[in-house]
Design a protein around this ligand. Structure first.
Ligand SMILES: *Cc1c(COP(=O)(O)O)cnc(C)c1O
Length: 428
């Protein structure tokens, strides 16, 4: 579809383009495999000599139509879906790292991403240095090494709600000749397009706002096509030297701007297999159709709730980038002038115990290990998602022990506030 359309139109119309007599709605290609007329034709697919589908562990048309929509929303050149946000971040990094590589990681990333990099990928021989995203450029520069291969950070950190200075991080990454990978899950492409500010690769947990209804786990990787892997080929041998498992093709030579996604699909998907189920991709596509409407309402409601909480006598602190009192207000205005997200972090004067008591009194807002869907929900990260971290790591991750993560849904905001009101009244 032509790039001239606005995001609301892309969300509804991009991706699946039916031809004469074909279904209007994106079909679910519920098939593991695809048929060919000749054996030779299929052989060419296996050699990457021809584009085409052969086995759903690598690629499926339903997935690719949805990836194409997200790609257009982000302004990228190529994209792929993964089975989860975890798989997206894993593949995004592992596609350009191997044993002996090093990653610069923002300390405030999602707990699952923090674990992935600092524990699991460490066992694979990939080291990382954790940095404070608010540090100045000189300090951050000190984290880079000869073997650094990428930088990974989140547009709006889950759940610390730290807003990333994307331009600062892009400058740093590029001055060290490596790409900046930005996890854009919380902002969504509706509120921020990190490529416009210099990011090179974008990842998403589509499980959150994109699906939006808490129905399916999924992820996505988008490539801007802007990073020149061949400028420092010794840093990216996987992209710039022949791949023996494909008869010696070199991704950057054969696929140009699509090199990074082609490698991630044909190598990582082939060997690790974290494909998104086409059923889930179909649900994700339905979610994407209303993403702009929902984000507008999430942001409107969250702003009202944040202002209500800030004025409440039992509330010790509120962190929401849309509040003028927020340390990240200016960065949010610069990178996300139309709104940030529906997630608010706050603490009560009664501390951790009062937080747990208040949450137990909520009637409308459910306690769930989820965030960023249509239903208002709450979580106490120190007891739930971040439970594996010690107090020092919690503070580093921007997760105070008393932090309540409130994911404001799209219900009527008066009902959400009334629910908080009655729960707060009982939280002593
Ligand atoms: C949830 C989340 C992830 C992990 O995604 P899953 O789909 O749960 O695997 C990664 N990054 C961010 C910012 C998230 O919020």
């Amino acid at each position: 579809m032509s790039k001239q359309y606005e995001k609301e139109t892309i969300c509804v119309q991009a991706g699946w383009q039916p031809k004469n007599g074909e279904p209007r709605v994106l079909p679910i290609y519920q098939s593991t495999t695809f048929k060919y007329e000749t054996s030779e034709q299929m052989g060419r697919l296996f050699d990457l000599e021809e584009a085409g589908y052969f086995y759903t562990r690598l690629q499926n048309p339903t997935n690719d139509y949805v990836a194409a929509k997200i790609c257009e929303l982000e302004g990228g050149v190529a994209a792929m879906l993964t089975s989860s946000g975890q798989a997206a971040n894993y593949y995004a990094v592992f596609n350009i790292c191997e044993a002996g590589s090093h990653v610069v990681l923002s300390s405030t990333v999602y707990g699952g991403t923090f674990n992935l990099l600092t524990c699991t990928m460490k066992k694979m021989g990939i080291e990382c240095t954790v940095v404070d995203p608010d540090a100045d450029e000189e300090t951050l520069s000190g984290a880079f090494r000869e073997n650094t291969r990428c930088v990974l950070a989140e547009t709006i950190a889950n759940p610390a709600l730290v807003v990333l200075d994307i331009e600062k991080f892009a400058r740093l990454a590029h001055s060290h000749h490596v790409p900046l990978i930005v996890d854009n899950t919380f902002a969504t492409p509706i509120n921020c397009n990190p490529f416009a500010w210099g990011a090179d690769i974008i990842t998403h947990s589509t499980t959150k706002y994109m699906d939006g209804h808490a129905m399916s786990v999924g992820g996505c990787i988008v490539d801007s096509g802007n990073f020149d892997w061949t400028a420092y080929p010794e840093k990216f041998p996987g992209l710039c030297t022949p791949d023996e498992s494909y008869h010696g093709i070199t991704y950057t030579e054969k696929f140009g701007k699509a090199a990074y996604i082609t490698k991630a699909t044909s190598q990582l998907m082939r060997d690790l297999g974290s494909i998104q189920a086409p059923q889930n991709a179909f649900l994700l596509n339905v979610g994407l159709e209303t993403l702009p409407l929902r984000m507008e309402r999430h942001c409107y409601n969250a702003q009202k709730v944040a202002e209500y909480l800030e004025a409440h006598e039992k509330v010790a602190w509120v962190n929401y980038p849309g509040l003028k009192s927020s340390k990240y207000y200016d960065l949010a205005q610069k990178y996300m002038p139309d709104g940030t997200c529906g997630v608010i972090a706050f603490g009560l004067k009664g501390g951790r115990e009062a937080a747990v008591r208040m949450m137990d009194k909520l009637k409308l807002a459910a306690i769930v290990t989820h965030v960023a869907d249509v239903r208002t929900c709450v979580l106490h990260p120190a007891s739930h998602t971040h439970r594996q971290m010690n107090d020092e790591q919690l503070v580093e991750a921007g997760v105070a022990p008393d932090l309540i993560r409130l994911s404001v849904g799209i219900e009527n905001v008066r009902d959400i506030i009334a629910d908080l009101e009655q729960a707060l009244a009982q939280a002593d």
